[in-house]
Design a protein around this ligand. Sequence first.
Ligand SMILES: N[C@@H](CCSC[C@H](N)C(=O)O)C(=O)O
Length: 919
Amino acid sequence: MFRPQYNEDPSSPTESSLATSIFESPSHSVSDADKRAAQIAKWRFSTLAANVDTKDQYGASSTPIYQTATFKGVNGEYDYTRSGNPTRGGLESHLARLYGAYSAFALSTGMTCLDMILRLVKPGETVLAGDDIYGGTNRLLTYLSTHGGVDVRHLDTTRPELLLPHLGGGNKVTMVLLESPTNPLLKIADLGEIAALVKSRAPNALIVVDNTMMSPYLQRPLHLGADIVYDSGTKYLSGHHDVMAGVIAVKDEAVHKPIAFMINSVGSGLAPFDSFLLLRGVKTISLRMDRQMATAQLVADYLDALGFLVHYPGLKHHPKRDVHYKQATGAGAVLSFVTDDKALSERIVGGTRLWGISVSFGAVNSLISMPCMMSHASISAAVRAERGLPENLIRLCVGIEDPRDLIDDLEAALLSSGAIIHNLSYSPQNPTKVEAIFDTDPSKWILERAKAFRRPGEESAMARLVQGVKRSLGMSATERKKVEGEVVVSAPGKVILFGEHAVVHGVTAIATSVNLRCYAALTPRSDDKVALEVPDLGLEMAWDIDSLPWHLLPIQVEQSGSSRRLADKDLDAPLLEALEEVVKAGNVNVKSALGAAVAWLYLYMTIAGSEAEAFSATFTASSNLPISAGLGSSAAYSTCIASALLIAHQSVPTPSSSFTAEETNLIDGWAFLSEKVLHGNPSGIDNAVSVRGGAVAFTRAIGGRAGGLEMLSGFESVRLLLTNTLVGRDTKTLVAGVGKLREEEPEMVEGVMRSIQAISDEARGLLGAGEVLDRQRLIERLEALIKENHSHLVTLRVSHPSLETIVAATSRSPYNLSTKLTGAGGGGCAVTLIPDDFDQASLEELIEVLRRDGFEPHLTSLGGKGAGVLRNEEKDGAGRVVGKGEDEGVGMPLRAGLRGVGREGVGKWAEGLGEWVFT
Ligand SMILES: N[C@@H](CCSC[C@H](N)C(=O)O)C(=O)O
């Protein structure tokens, strides 16, 4: 005789026949039927579901509806539809295969199934059931206990150990009735563990599982130790809410027989037409459920991201997620959430248009309900309260609609009800961008979508309070990543030697690094804070890491071609605005300090990529570069932030000799992003020079012409006097002034632009790999070009009396030096080339003259090194750099020295630290 195999995947337990008689247990002959069964046993669920294995007398593809009450007794197989009907029989054979069951029965409703099953329990016996169960189940169990003499006990089935006191001893437990997930709180019971536990202590007790939430597609309890499983066929099995039905599937003949007897005696078998509908619906179950589940996950993620307490086993933090996925292959398409306010829940439910307000679930259209008022209304309010079923609970049953329409509708209802409000840190132009993400990654889309809103009121305040208390107790809310040792970096400033202003109009500019630099240390700490110290700006701030707006982090688009995460091209407006608020909340409003703090936090968060990757550290930066003088101090600062963070995150290792081109480009990309935070729309030339050092020729892409950046490698260092006029100026106004002049006098300005392009072209040749001149001739040509370029800048009206004073002082005898403004002009700095043979005494005298005139001269040189990192040789046994955190007891962190030496001493301090490696 053929016996079913209870394997992992659905087996083929019954012989393929159009009908299964309920009078007798299925008997099967070894032969073709067994061979076919063996073949079917290999099929996966969706193949089995779509192929109904019937043997109709006419070969009908779709099982015919035998709409007849009686039969004339051909072969004695059927006599009366209550006892057996070919349409129902075909359905039952098909269902048995899907459940991996010994046999299956199709009944008029799910509740009829439970009724038939509960008739196996006798008065005086005990049934154990969950404390979160469907209202109809609770009602029938209550009736049985009040009218049938059955002892019904409700327990929390998520804790198998709670069953123990009820098993064995004087207890007469003959049935354990389980739901997993439960309806409506989606709690998870470990079906296998409970079955084993019950069987070990009460071997005769039957394990019964209501599997309606999952269907056999996702969970097959008979394979987990259950004896009987039943489903409301009205739900996922039929899928269209056009038929009421129930299905019982059993493990063996011993259970089959009494249930078959009862169904025939009572006449609860499913009618032929309804059997046809159920059979038709079940063929598509896997398709429907896959789609419904995928959308349910999005809806759950969305509500979760908005801060609602959501019950759904697909959520990462569902308390029994692991148990669920041990016994089921998916999370299903029902979820519930609480609002903490019944009236609010009513407004949400009433505010939806697409979600139908209805009981039931599993159909192709989505439904919304309040269980306490609907599916679970038959449980008294007192019992609901006792069992922890919130009156404000909303249950969502997700259908196959487009997820975007469902979210639109739900979002509108949440908004109109006041359950969520707009997140003002979110820029309103983003929805289109967000919509586009849906096609490539719906789960990222949903999280981005949730960023636009937040829940008003208590909950977040409460969460903040809890976190505050935790912090005050010295408890960390999150296990933090640690920075391994202190990271010390530096990066140079730059001067634009030729082509400033003209570069805005597409002319090539030549910029070189200077040996004035920004220095910075990233020092580990262990108090869950991230801090910033820029003593030059009077900036000293610290933030709790978990108080930062991590939820606004831009979506991380998969990047091909690099194992490292590259910087985004554009700034994320919501994050930027939120960080400005964060910094302003610390009473920092001065533009330079505000920018420095926001740039630091922006890179700190985006390079980490998530709060989980963030570490606790202090970033300390100081620079001997004049600030806001057109010398690229912000680019040097940005380069320091980028390189320190990338090294700390081990995206860039501290090299033994120099950085690779890929590492250099990576640092440049992130430094450019920081420059965007600081300047809005920078050209990129400053960070390019700061990261790479040396000299570059930079042409901005403009009017369809390609731009470019060329490193000028043949360049040897030249001495330079950089004189700060200390006259503040506004770059934007000066750039706009040249633009206006171009409109008013186009020919004149075009002529100047052409001349400056010629200067830059010649300089590119001199400093690059072009014409090789002897050193003296090179300096002479550069001096001539400096003078010429300055005169053009005067013509463009961007000079300033203070700059002209410096030009005059340096060009007069006995100095005879060439000077030009650098950068935006209108004040700022002037650069004076110092030939190799210029005598030291004259130089010192000139510096004194300039000082007396109220200027601030710095002797420096052109074309120094780019970004650098201090090689820390101190390693521990595992080869890691020894940490010098605030509290690691390994001596003073280097940042203390960096703060202590002041701007003038910082260069010397850095030199004395040890060996540096540069890009
Ligand atoms: N009025 C009905 C409610 C049926 S609820 C159906 C379904 N099981 C669900 O959970 O939505 C009744 O009282 O039984």
